[in-house]
Write a protein that binds this ligand. Structure first.
Ligand code: F6R
Length: 246
């Protein structure tokens, strides 16, 4: 695992953008694995700027997102499809038909999960998968207890995850109870994985991650089984790990 320490959120976003853009310059037909949440917002802003300022083109790029709320259609303002179109995909020159997110409305949900996993195998796996980390160590919506062998599946969201995501909804009860997520095994199929963590609220999770003990109680720890993971962490998110070093 490669650790890149930076000062703050802005630097984390710039460093991540450099790595993503290099990937696209190296292979214009790259498949990118994308995440939602607050963490990658600065990265996405930089990638949007990169199109006009650095001539980066996503014309041949395909994207595969990690997860989607179950029950929300793509045009629902809280769906991850809507989020991605607003925050990145609608502002770069990618063809929207080359951008993939599980459908929150397809039934039966098991069939949608199988379709999505088959899609990952067909057009992917991602050359570069971006990940944020939950305060409980979740990656995608793989909550503590998820098996390392998990493929794309439907999950019941933990109360802590629903509370944390309630900031995007009118109230906590509107947060869907279930989601479709790429599994741990699906994520580990990626060629390279880029994990971003910023802010004091991630400090405990970063400290635990860096201890390097693999456990299903802390899903991000399964990333230690992959041989090409880069963690970009800012000084607040690294603060508890740093205290340990002293
Ligand atoms: C997002 C996702 C989640 C988030 C995680 C961190 O698609 O699957 O695992 O990456 O919850 O969220 P933020 O970035 O909001 O702290």
């Amino acid at each position: 695992m490669k650790l890149i320490r930076v000062e703050n959120y802005k630097e984390m976003s710039s460093k991540a953008a450099q790595l993503v853009e290099q990937q696209i310059l190296d292979n214009p037909h790259s498949v990118l694995g994308l995440a939602t949440g607050s963490t990658p917002l600065g990265l996405y802003e930089q990638l949007i700027q990169g199109v006009s300022e650095r001539g980066i083109s996503y014309r041949h790029v395909q994207t595969i997102n990690l997860d989607e709320y179950q029950g929300l259609s793509g045009d629902h303002p809280n769906s991850y499809r809507h989020f991605m179109n607003e925050k990145l995909l609608g502002h770069i020159d990618v063809s929207l038909e080359n951008t993939h997110i599980p459908s929150g409305k397809s039934l039966p949900v098991e069939a949608e999960c199988q379709r999505y996993e088959a899609l990952i195998d067909k057009i992917g796996p991602p050359h570069l998968q971006m990940l944020g980390m939950g305060t409980n160590g979740h990656i995608g919506f793989n909550e503590p207890g998820t098996l390392e062998t998990s493929l794309t599946h439907c999950v019941k969201l933990e109360a802590s995850t629903r509370s944390s995501n309630a900031r995007f909804f009118s109230d906590r009860d509107s947060v869907p109870t279930h989601a479709i997520t790429m599994g741990i095994q699906s994520i580990l199929k990626s060629e390279q994985i880029l994990v971003l963590a910023s802010g004091k609220k991630k400090a405990q999770a970063v400290k635990r991650f860096l201890e390097g003990h693999t456990s299903k109680d802390f899903p991000a720890s399964f990333l230690w089984k992959h041989n090409h993971v880069t963690l970009i962490v800012d000084s607040d998110a690294y603060s508890l790990a740093a205290a340990e070093e002293e």
